[in-house]
Design a protein around this ligand. Structure first.
Ligand code: PLP
Length: 510
């Protein structure tokens, strides 16, 4: 006891020459402050939430001279005559083109690369509202004009970039393989990154008294889960259209638990989509479907985050599973913005990985970008990318062409095997991640991706959302699949000898 106090006192007096004990124990409070003031400060801090605290400090916020607007996708790199405020409720241009959020790049370029790197790095892992979020740590590049008080964030992003050492070394002969775990997230998929931006903007519109009674989407999976969670956090009604009897309890339970208005409709996904479009034309319900360009602004931060996690060194390859094809464009946009503002000098080559059962982009690519046809997608274990007529096809083609990209495909057997192999090295991957991993396997075998190429596979959802297919795989219950990496439990009688026999055999002991 005595010794501990003397050590503290010694270190305190060494640094300041003041009374060491009180300084060390009162840490953040100035040594000159009278005792009463300290109590006062502590009390104030506990009554204050992190929004208030951030406002008091004006933490990390440069004066806001930045802005962004909607422009038609096809004229995004020119100064378009047609543009819209982000405060308008609009999803397409006059001619039916997709919209793109265009930032005032000149204003952003007034700060040099070092400024942005330092600013972004200074915010990682903090609680400062809202910059502790991986999305809002890049606020100036995402939605610069929104008031911090209007932001709806669950501190998404900042996801793990996993060094896949064993998978790389033992199965792919690679030494620099990484998996960006975007699915280790609030609702278990990367959709959170986009939904925080969309729901924040809706929150702002409602505070501006724009007539928005709720936010709606047609979805069977990750989009409705993310929408429901963010709306619940903000107290905004969420309306989810789901096809009856075509989705599992696991897919249903997130929006139900988050209190969304869940309409189970006697139709398929396309039918739900058609109905919600008609409904939103009549009622002031904001449409959160995937043509919404606000979501891509949040999703692009995953690309910026990868660069940041590599200390702004650019990987050679980034592989992203694609369905509606918004996310592959979001990654491109994030990388491209870093290049334009000088944070990096090149962008990685992008690989878009599709399920062979839902591969319109792959077919288009194979035709040399000559012959595009929407297709009817067949069922795939990678259910979130079972899309035959992707909304963001133009966005994806642009991203592929600008990044010297490649499109690959994976059969059901390939994607399930790839996911199972990754799991055997300590991950717990979803089938979509399996699609990306089998694309990697193919490109590695053909030598397109080299043994020392730094490669990032984007994992889009948590495997725990897709346990049914994993159980079927490990039970070898999938027709036409060998399930060669299945690891079913052994049935053993309740008997010591029987247990010992099994262990000796399995562990090769005598
Ligand atoms: C939405 C989703 C995708 C596909 O993203 P797109 O932007 O539609 O290409 C892939 N994986 C998972 C898990 C998803 O939820």
């Amino acid at each position: 006891m005595g010794r501990r106090i003397s050590v503290r006192a010694a270190s305190g007096s060494a640094s300041s020459g003041e009374n060491g004990v009180s300084q060390v124990t009162l840490e953040s409070i100035s040594a000159e402050a009278p005792p009463g003031a300290r109590k006062e400060a502590v009390k104030k801090r506990s009554a204050e939430n992190i929004r208030d605290e951030a406002r008091r400090h004006g933490i990390g916020a440069p004066p806001n001279t930045f802005s962004a607007k909607y422009v038609p996708f096809s004229s995004r790199s020119s100064s378009s005559e047609e543009y819209y405020s982000l405060d308008e409720v609009i999803y397409r241009s006059k001619t039916g083109d997709l919209l793109d959020v265009q930032h005032d790049m000149e204003a952003l370029a007034k700060h040099d690369a070092k400024y942005w790197k330092n600013l972004f790095d200074s915010r990682v892992g903090k609680t400062s509202w809202p910059y502790g979020s991986g999305v809002w740590s890049k606020k100036e590049w995402v939605l610069p004009e929104i008031d911090n008080d209007d932001i709806v964030s669950l501190f998404e992003g900042n996801s793990n970039l996993f060094w896949a050492e064993r998978l790389g070394k033992e199965m792919l002969d690679m030494n620099d393989l990484w998996v960006k775990h975007c699915g280790i997230s609030h609702t278990g998929s990367f959709k959170d990154l986009g939904m925080t931006v969309l729901v924040s903007q809706v929150n702002r519109l409602r505070k501006m008294k724009k007539p928005v009674v709720g936010v709606g989407c047609a979805s069977t999976g990750d989009t409705s889960a993310a929408l429901s969670a963010y709306c619940a956090a903000a107290g905004i009604p969420a309306i989810v259209f789901l096809p009856a009897n075509r989705i599992s309890i696991a897919q249903l339970v997130q929006p139900i638990a988050n209190g969304a208005l869940v309409l189970s409709l006697d139709t398929d996904f396309d039918g739900c989509m058609r109905l919600i479009r008609e409904v939103t034309a009549e009622l002031p319900i904001y449409l959160a479907n995937s043509l919404n360009s606000l979501r891509l602004e949040g999703q692009k931060t995953a690309a910026i985050e990868i660069l940041q996690q590599f200390d702004w060194e650019v990987p050679d390859w980034v592989i992203v599973p694609g369905g509606n094809l918004g996310n592959i464009y979001a990654f491109f946009k994030g990388f491209q913005m870093c290049k334009e503002l000088g944070l990096v000098d090149r962008i990685p080559r992008l690989v878009c990985a599709q399920a062979a059962n839902a591969n319109p982009l792959y077919r288009f690519y194979k035709s040399g970008w000559e012959d595009y046809k929407a297709i009817k997608a067949n069922p795939t274990f990678a259910s979130a990318i079972q899309i035959g007529d992707p909304v963001s096809i133009d966005r994806a083609v642009y991203a592929m062409q600008q990044s010297n990209g490649i499109v690959e495909e994976a059969s059901e057997e390939e994607l399930m095997d790839a996911a199972a192999q990754a799991d055997l090295t300590g991950m717990f991957t979803c089938p979509h991640t399996g699609v990306a991993l089998s694309a990697l396997t193919k490109l590695r075998r053909s030598g397109v991706i080299g043994a020392t190429d730094r490669t990032v596979v984007v994992s889009t959802a948590h495997g725990l959302k897709f346990t049914q297919s994993k159980i079927a795989y490990h039970s070898k219950e999938i027709p036409d699949l060998a399930c060669q990496f299945a690891n079913p439990p052994l049935q053993v009688p309740n008997d010591f000898g029987a247990v010992m026999d099994v262990l000796r055999k399995e562990l090769s002991l005598r």
